[in-house]
Every structure is written in C-alpha cells, then in structure tokens.
Design a protein. Structure first.
Lengths: 295, 126
C-alpha cells in the first residue's frame, strides 16, 4: 500500500498547495487593488490642486482687470490735466508729439471704466474689454487639462472595469472552482487539475498586477502633466502680479506728479503726458497670447 | 469553475508529465510577469524622478527670474520717484523706458536658451 499512500499524500499536497496559492493570489489581488485606489486618491488630489490653481489665476486676472479699469480713470484725470494746460490752443500738441486721438481715446475709455466701476454699465461687456483675452486663454488651458483628465479617467475607468471583470471573474472562478472541483471530482484525479487551476489563478493575478502597475504609471504620468500646468499657472500668476504692481505704482506716480504740477507749466505738462503715455502702454501689456502662452 | 475546466482540458488524462510541463510553463509565466512588473515600476520611478527634477529646475528658474525683474522694477521706480521730485526729464524718460522694457520683455524669453544650455551640460558665462 505504500504507493497509493504516496500518491494520496502527493495529491493532498498538490491540493493544499493549490489552495494556498489561490489564497495568496487573492491577497495579492487585494493589495494591487488597494495600491491602485491609493494612487487614484492621490491623483484626485492633484486634479483638485490644478482646479484650485486655475481658480486663483482667474481671480488674479479678475483683479488685474479691475485695477486696469481704475488706471483708466487715472488716465482720464491726466487728460483733464492736459486740457487745463490748453496745449491745443497753444499749439503745443505737435511740439510735444502728443496725438490728440490718444487723449480722446483715453478720455472715452476713462468714462467707460468709471461707468463699469460705479456699476452704471453692465460690466460684462466693458469689463471684458480689459481682460477678455486672458480669461479665454486660461479657460483653454483648463479645457486642455480637463481633456487629458477625461481621457485618462476614462482609461482608468476602462482599466478598472477590465480589472474588475478579470479579477472578480478569475478569483470567483478560481475560488469556486477549487471548492466545487474538490467536491465533484474528488480524490487523485482532481488534484492535478486543482493544482493547475491554482497556477492559472496565480498567473492571472500576476497579469492583473502588471496591468495595475501600468495603470498606476499612467496616473502618475498624468499627475505630472497636471502639476506642470499648475506650475505654468503659478508662473502666470507671477506675471500677472508683476504687471499689476507696476501698473499700480506707475499710476500712483502719475497722480503724485499731477498733484504737484502746474498745468500751465509746459515742462510739467509734458512730464504728465510722458508718464501717462507710459501708463497707457502698461495697460496694453498682455499676459498670455492666443495659445495660452505667457507673453 | 471555468479555470477548473480549463485546467482539466490541459490535463485530460491527469498525466504526471503533463503536470510537470504545466508547472514549468507556469513558472516561466511568473518569471516573465515579475520581470515586467519590476521593469514598469523601475521605469516609472526614473521618469517621475526626472520630471520632478525638471519641475524643480523650472520653478527655481522662474522664481529667480521674477525676483531679478522685481528688483529691476524697484530700481526703476526709485529712479522715477527721484526724477519726478527733481523734475529731471532725462531721468524720467530713462526710468520709464526701463519699466516698459522689463514689462515688455517676456519672462520666458531666455528660458529656451537656458534649457538648451542645461541639456547640453555647458556652463553659462555670466
């Protein structure tokens, strides 16, 4: 009887090993799922970070638009100052190289800005005049990022679905198969089949683990792309702050100059004009081009 | 149950040799999977580290660039302020030209050159 006993022990060992492998595979599958869930949580955090950065940039652009409207009012004050200087009557416009059209444009813009700031005009149209381009471009940037996210997420969703299908199916089939196979077939004949089934389950879980590794890599890559967008928005913020601070300071200097100058003094009037002209150019400084690139 | 049927299909006669053959195949599959998994993880680590380094360099570059520009703008405003007090027209023009020059200069303008130098490993002469 030793031979049948040996066969029986070997068969039992195969079955035990198979059960152990299926159990271990189940643990590995769960670990892989947890790793993916952790990676996905992290990814969601980065998506939120991007949204927050985008929102902050929009707020900054909004504030810059408001400051520019206020600055247009200062340019209006400069026009009033220069009118008091009666440059036209004294034929000094040509001498000082002051284009009358520029003064008229500032005056009109100043009135429009005052109306917007005082709520006399629907701010949508006029307010947009100062920052329309930049708003739209940040939107483009965000749309691009959302596009990436959607693409990736749908990939991840598809991956999850695949994994769920593969994992659930494999584990259920493996686990159920071992139990059912043992009950139905029993004995020596079933043992090798149970062992091979366990190996198939193990190999299938290995395949799932690899797919999850790949999915985690894709998430990490997309995270990095999103963080790059966050960086770009931060750089854009710095540029907005730079333009805004310069505009505010130049505006304050123009006001200070006007308050200490006599309009009838030709040199003083010319200084006001030069500073106002510089301020006008600062107002034209763009932040982003039509492609959303910093300018 | 599917896997058990599949396994039974592989072992129609519960042949011991067939069992050994299946075991060898299984071990090979495990080895290939394990290597592939390690390759994916290692490649990910390298790519992410490289991207993290790149981000750090970019942010550092721009922090310094904007800081330099802010210092230059401060100097221009100091000059402008003094020039207004002194009614110094030349200094007013110079300070305004400086301000407009800095604001008109794209902060990204030198970045491509910086990246090229960095990638080539050359040392920038200051």
């Amino acid at each position: 009887m030793p031979f049948p006993i040996f066969i029986g022990v070997a068969a039992a060992a195969l079955v035990a090993n198979g059960v152990r492998k299926v159990w271990a595979a189940r643990q590995r599958y769960q670990s892989a799922q947890e790793a993916y869930a952790t990676a996905h949580e992290h990814y969601k955090g980065v998506v939120a970070q991007l949204e927050k950065a985008r929102s902050l940039t929009n707020m900054r652009l909004d504030e810059l638009g408001r400051k520019r409207l206020e600055t247009l009012q200062v340019l209006g004050e400069a026009v009033s100052f220069l009118k008091k200087a009666k440059l036209k009557e004294r034929n000094l416009l040509a001498t000082m190289e002051i284009p009358i059209e520029q003064l008229e444009a500032w005056e009109a813009a100043s009135v429009a800005a005052s109306e917007v700031l005082n709520g006399l005009t629907k701010s949508v149209a006029a307010g947009a005049a100062t920052a329309a381009g930049t708003y739209a471009l940040v939107g483009t940037l965000a749309t691009a990022s959302t596009g990436t996210a959607i693409a990736t997420l749908s990939g991840a969703a598809a991956q999850s679905a695949t994994l769920a299908w593969l994992g659930g199916g494999a584990i259920a089939a493996g686990g159920g198969g071992v139990a059912a196979g043992t009950a139905v077939l029993g004995g020596v004949v079933a043992a090798p089949a149970i062992a091979v089934a366990a190996w198939l389950v193990d190999a299938k879980v290995g395949q799932i683990e690899n797919e999850i590794e790949t999915a985690i890599t894709e998430l990490a890559k997309d995270e990095t792309e999103k963080l790059r967008l966050v960086d770009r928005l931060r750089i854009t913020d710095a540029r907005i702050d730079e333009v805004q601070d310069t505009t505010i300071k130049a505006s304050a200097e123009l006001r200070r100059l006007m308050s200490s100058s006599d309009p009838t003094d030709d040199a003083a009037a010319h200084r006001v004009w030069r500073l106002a002209a510089a301020l006008g150019k600062l107002l034209e400084a763009s932040i982003l081009d039509k492609n959303g690139e910093l300018t | 149950m599917n896997l058990l049927n599949q396994a039974l299909g592989k072992l129609p006669n519960a042949n011991a040799l067939q069992l050994v053959s299946e075991f060898v195949k299984y071990q090979n599959v495990l080895a290939v999977q394990s290597t592939e998994r390690e390759r994916i993880a290692a490649k990910r680590a390298i790519v992410l580290q490289s991207l993290a380094n790149e981000r750090e360099v970019i942010l550092d570059y721009f922090a310094k660039r904007f800081s330099e520009r802010a210092n230059s703008l401060d100097q221009c405003f100091s000059l402008l302020s003094q020039a207004i007090n002194d009614k110094n027209d030349k200094a007013i023009d110079a300070s305004l030209a400086g301000l407009l020059g800095i604001i008109g200069d794209n902060p990204l303008s030198d970045f491509e050159a910086f990246k090229r130098f960095r990638q080539s490993g050359e040392i920038l002469e200051i």
